[in-house]
Design a protein around this ligand. Structure first.
Ligand code: ATP
Length: 287
């Protein structure tokens, strides 16, 4: 086998809480991660020309060590003394810097694909251990599905499946800096924390309505005041049939949960009528 392709799914945070700021500056989080069927695609091909040759359909993305795909490939090539060259084409469909872990899922999928292409024989756990050295979300992106992420994002446990539903994604064309959001997050007695344990209970009971009722993302307290478009999208989704709607990660992507595909499509059309530009997409969960 000289070539292999893999789909790298995006994630949304059905719940996101920040418990505290640690002395080393990292934040202790408690997040419900969910993969969705919105994918980047990586194609890896062995070549004779030594080194890693990365190409992508987005001209503004780096194709050197600044790209997480390059770094993850390089990590395995060096550790396993892989000779010859590797050409990687990354077809991006997940919006960049959107709170959907685009770079992390690409890196995780690159390692999964190399494991097969070069018969490295690494278990998922062994890939996760390597991935965390490049980014806190990468272990989850190796695992995929529905998971609880704790610590700084590296402590993972699988959760009961999120009840079946349809997801509307809307990403406004604004830039949100993750660093800005975390550094402006105020954690005091007035901070509205989502009840992640209550959400997990709803998932166990397969109760989509109850799950949506308790959805929350503490980072909205920073991102929404800075970017009111996010609140407008949430309102638009709920007014048009979403059972619940939330910002994912540090934003700016908003998702809505629907029990019916037609309702999700109708809400998508309404989001497209908002007075600012949005990337919109209807999909469902990736198990
Ligand atoms: P998260 O949800 O983990 O915060 P994100 O969606 O906010 O992720 P990414 O799309 O992963 O953010 O990209 C953030 C930055 O990382 C971009 O500015 C980009 O230049 C850089 N980057 C490096 N590798 C990649 C990649 N493979 N895909 C997208 N961005 C990448």
């Amino acid at each position: 086998m000289d070539s292999i392709w893999i789909n790298a799914p995006a994630k949304i945070n059905i719940g996101l809480d920040v418990l505290r700021r640690r002395e080393d500056g990292y934040h202790e989080v408690k997040m419900i991660m969910q993969s969705i069927r919105l994918f980047d695609r990586l194609t890896l091909t062995k070549t004779d020309m030594p080194g890693i040759h990365l190409t992508t359909n987005l001209s503004f993305l780096p194709v050197n060590r600044d790209n997480l795909v390059y770094r993850s490939a390089s990590l395995l090539m060096e550790e396993f003394g892989i000779e010859g060259g590797l050409s990687i084409h990354l077809e991006k469909r997940i919006p960049v810097a959107a709170g959907m872990a685009g770079g992390s899922t690409d890196a995780a999928s690159c390692m999964l694909a190399m494991n097969d292409l070069y018969n490295l024989g690494l278990s998922k756990h062994q890939l996760m251990k390597r991935g965390v050295t490049l980014g806190a979300d990468i272990p989850y992106c190796v695992l995929k599905g529905t998971a609880l992420s704790e610590g700084i994002g590296e402590k993972l446990s699988t959760l009961p499946r999120t009840p079946d539903c349809f997801i509307l994604i809307a990403k406004p064309g604004i830039h949100v800096s993750t660093r800005f959001v975390y550094s402006n997050l105020v954690l005091d007695e007035d901070t509205p924390h989502p009840d992640i344990d209550r959400m997990i209970q709803a998932m166990k009971q397969k109760d989509l309505e109850d799950l949506c009722r308790h959805m929350g993302n503490v980072l909205e307290t920073v991102t929404i005041p800075a970017h009111p478009e996010i609140a407008h999208i949430k309102e638009c989704m709920v007014a048009n049939g979403a059972i619940g709607s939330l910002m994912s990660g540090s934003g700016p992507t908003v998702f809505g949960i629907f029990d019916d595909m037609d309702k999700a499509k109708a809400a998508k059309a309404k989001c497209q009528e908002l007075p600012f530009k949005c990337f919109v997409f209807v999909t469902d969960l990736y198990r």
